[in-house]
Design a protein around this ligand. Structure first.
Ligand SMILES: Cc1cc2nc3c(=O)[nH]c(=O)nc-3n(C[C@H](O)[C@H](O)[C@H](O)COP(=O)(O)OP(=O)(O)OC[C@H]3O[C@@H](n4cnc5c(N)ncnc54)[C@H](O)[C@@H]3O)c2cc1C
Length: 464
């Protein structure tokens, strides 16, 4: 059978792939998108969205316990884990269904099946009904990633979980070990800790949330410990002895091996790109530790083959994947888009308290040779934070002392994942301290702390 031909074939319908497909269709291209599991990819189905739905349940639960503080009564506070998970799955399902409508609206051909590159401009899709051949001069590969598994710490879905198991737990962990303190590990630690599990987080590096500014990591750690979490830094899980219903973790700390018992382990030690067996190397693409090597325009060096999102360079975040999708679609359509700048991609962790950042940490800025001016502002100095009952947190800003350029912003506290975008816009516009100081922030808002942090960097903070 002759191959069905399109202008662009997108492989993978996560936030990278489906956004690329929509933008390409908007630009008048005929587009096919191939997906082997769920429209919306990991983000909508097994990542960003269902975790936020779970965390929202945990947040409401936490607030219910604080009802008295707000002059309210709430008796017999409890939770039904199945119902919490059901809500999270419903939210994911609703959004995945929405992507189906968007594909239809934009006249994008959706092929459900597993794709493989079958030569330049050719894709073979294995579907339930057999196989299908597609062809296009341009292919955008957006096959995403999956949980990384370390030898001996592999998930079994019963005692040891990946994020997929943790998103639909069949039981509530009583004593939980979370291996890895990046965003995924910390979000699950926060969720189960708030619901009452006894949670230990083990991090091999010297601090939790290791990509964040050191002060923010330290602040978050203090808060988590106040909430009862145990944090083991500079520690490595060497082995798990599984004897249901218990797991004994052998944890190396300070040169000694300690043994700790848990009933559940969540392994959150990073991701591996879904790039094997796709015919990438055969076409001449290079792969570095599972991730396809690309330039700043997501080009692979193979004519007409682009790779975006989690399958290529980090940061491995949904909004970065989507933005790359738009950029590549515009590039193929003959436009001149700007390359995505990783330094302007915010990272958010939706634990309690939330953490968010963009740009350089203070340490990285110094390492890069900048002489810096640093501002800080605590939530306790902000009227809205106190009115909300959220006085714990801080906002830190890092400026180039010479030029006043905003190099980085780092936040911990309530709603900072919403606030950070203000600084992202600032960085995109190459803002300086003066622009930010001259900006009027509405009162009373948490955003006023963003102003105060800038003022503090120049010794002018008003409320602290
Ligand atoms: C628990 C968790 C929480 C997260 N939270 C956040 C968050 O809050 N914010 C954030 O920005 N990021 C978050 N992420 C990361 C985010 O999910 C990813 O960065 C994002 O999904 C990457 O998008 P993508 O399009 O590159 O790939 P994916 O979303 O992984 O989509 C790839 C798609 O390709 C399909 N596919 C793979 N191979 C083939 C093939 N051969 N043929 C056909 N289809 C194929 C897959 O089935 C999948 O649907 C989270 C991740 C996890 C695991």
């Amino acid at each position: 059978m002759a191959a069905k031909s399109f202008d662009i074939i997108v492989i993978g319908a996560g936030p990278g792939g489906y956004v690329a497909a929509i933008r390409a269709a908007q630009l008048g291209k005929s587009v096919a998108i191939v997906e082997r599991e769920n429209l919306g990819g990991i983000c909508l189905n097994w990542g960003c969205i269902p975790t936020k739905a779970l965390l929202r349940s945990a947040e409401v639960f936490h607030l219910m316990h604080r009802a008295k503080e707000f002059g309210l009564t709430a008796d017999k506070i409890g939770f039904d884990l199945d119902a919490v998970v059901k809500r999270s799955r419903k939210v994911a399902g609703q959004l995945s269904g929405g992507i189906g409508h968007l594909m239809k609206k934009n006249k994008i051909t959706v092929v459900m099946g597993s794709a493989k590159l079958a030569g330049k401009g050719k894709v073979t899709v294995t579907t339930e009904k057999g196989s299908e051949e597609l062809s296009a001069p341009n292919i955008i590969l957006a096959t995403g990633a999956r949980a990384r598994e370390l030898p001996g710490l592999e998930a079994d879905g019963d005692l040891v979980w990946t994020y997929r198991h943790a998103l639909q737990p069949k039981r509530m962990p009583k004593k939980l070990l979370v291996i890895g303190s990046g965003a995924i590990g910390i979000e699950f630690a926060s969720f189960f800790n708030t619901l009452g599990a006894d949670v230990t987080v083990v991090e091999v590096l010297d601090r939790i949330l290791p990509v964040e500014d050191a002060e923010i990591s330290a602040f978050a750690k203090k808060q988590f410990e106040k909430q009862g979490m145990k944090i083991m830094e500079k520690s490595m899980v060497k082995k798990l002895d599984r004897a249901a219903p218990k797991v004994t973790a052998h944890i190396e700390r300070g040169g000694k091996i300690e043994q700790h018992e848990f009933d559940t382990v969540i392994s959150a030690v990073g991701i591996v790109a879904n790039t094997e067996g796709l015919g990438l190397e055969e076409l001449g693409a290079k792969i570095d530790r599972s991730f396809v090597v690309t330039d700043e325009y997501c080009r692979t060096g193979v004519d007409g083959l682009f790779v975006i999102g989690d399958a290529t360079n980090g940061p491995w975040l949904a909004h970065k994947a989507s933005h790359e999708g738009v950029m590549v679609a515009e590039l193929i359509a003959g436009g001149h888009p700007h390359a995505v700048d990783p330094a302007n991609i915010a990272g958010c962790t939706y634990c309690h308290p939330q953490v968010a950042s963009v740009g350089l940490t203070e340490a990285k800025a110094k390492e890069a040779g900048y002489s810096v001016k640093v501002g800080r502002f605590p939530f306790i100095g902000n009227g809205k934070a106190i009115a909300l009952g959220e006085p714990e947190g801080m906002i830190k800003t890092v400026f180039d002392a010479k030029t006043g350029e905003l190099l980085g912003a780092h936040m911990v506290g309530a709603e900072v994942t919403e606030l950070i975008q203000g600084y992202v816009v600032g960085r995109q516009l190459e803002t300086t301290e003066e622009d930010l100081m001259n900006t009027v922030f509405p009162h009373p808002t948490l955003s006023e702390m963003m102003h105060e942090s800038v003022l503090d960097a120049y010794g002018r903070a008003i409320h602290f």
